[in-house]
Design a protein around this ligand. Sequence first.
Ligand SMILES: NC(=O)c1ccc[n+]([C@@H]2O[C@H](COP(=O)([O-])OP(=O)(O)OC[C@H]3O[C@@H](n4cnc5c(N)ncnc54)[C@H](OP(=O)(O)O)[C@@H]3O)[C@@H](O)[C@H]2O)c1
Length: 279
Amino acid sequence: MKALAGRTALVTGGTGTIGSALVRELVAAGAQVILPCRDVARGQALAATVQEPGGVVVRPLDLAALRSVRDLATWAVATLPRLDVLIHGAAVWSRQRRVSAEGFELTFAVNHLGPFALTTALLPLLHRSQARVVTVASGLHVRGELAWDDVMQERGGFNGVRAYEQSKLANVMFALALARRAKVVSLALHPGVVRSGLTREYPEMWKHPPPGLVRAEAAARAIFRLAQDPALARKSGSYFDKDRPGATSAKAQSVPAQDRLWELSEQLLRRAADGQTPA
Ligand SMILES: NC(=O)c1ccc[n+]([C@@H]2O[C@H](COP(=O)([O-])OP(=O)(O)OC[C@H]3O[C@@H](n4cnc5c(N)ncnc54)[C@H](OP(=O)(O)O)[C@@H]3O)[C@@H](O)[C@H]2O)c1
């Protein structure tokens, strides 16, 4: 019997370099994969290449638009009898300061706020499915700082590396907080360094490729393991470096900081729902 037979997994970033390898892995393991993506045609093209095309359901999602996140969650709650695995794999790494549909800085919006909104909207479904939530963070989170008084980098010059590192710190803090706050198994990881579309705005990073590069398939396997290894059901709140326990920073582990981020995220979503642009 396949490891994920009869299970449903929703994967964001499934059209990406690591994500498309992950979708193949999940389908091969027998899962039905919900593949929300910005470019539905691209998602359908990927679905057509997997062994069992019926195993992939493509839905529209733009994490930079909270209405789109809400629409996906509403569809999922109304349609899916269960959701066993939620994998946050989508991300951007922007060089310029850009903003989401609601006016939030794009990196923070796509990498943290959208996934936060999606998870919290799906919680009833995740609870009743005793689900696993896997957040794809990055080893760069240890260099991240939460700029509490200017999370959106509205003042001073924009620094895309700082924004990305902050968003990946937010990923780990969110995953750890979720493990405490919800009845789900929540895990986070660094999937390994992969040459991908993520750094398309930073070509200089590849002049001297970093040591320890891995293939997208290896990164996908590390994520897949977190999504299904029964032994990890008791490890909720853990962070992994590929397939081994990984080191997080004191900042990531700080419970007051995790709770502060959670409250800030709720506040930002409320503000957006009220039609208020960021202060
Ligand atoms: N590559 C690495 O070395 C590395 C290292 C550590 C961590 N990671 C993490 O691994 C994950 C996958 O990265 P990757 O390297 O595979 O990057 P990638 O190839 O650039 O894939 C990123 C994915 O995110 C999606 N995405 C971007 N903006 C979106 C939006 N507004 N709404 C919905 N989806 C959106 C992209 O969709 P489109 O197809 O529409 O662009 C794509 O599917 C990310 O979380 C990244 O932070 C990567």
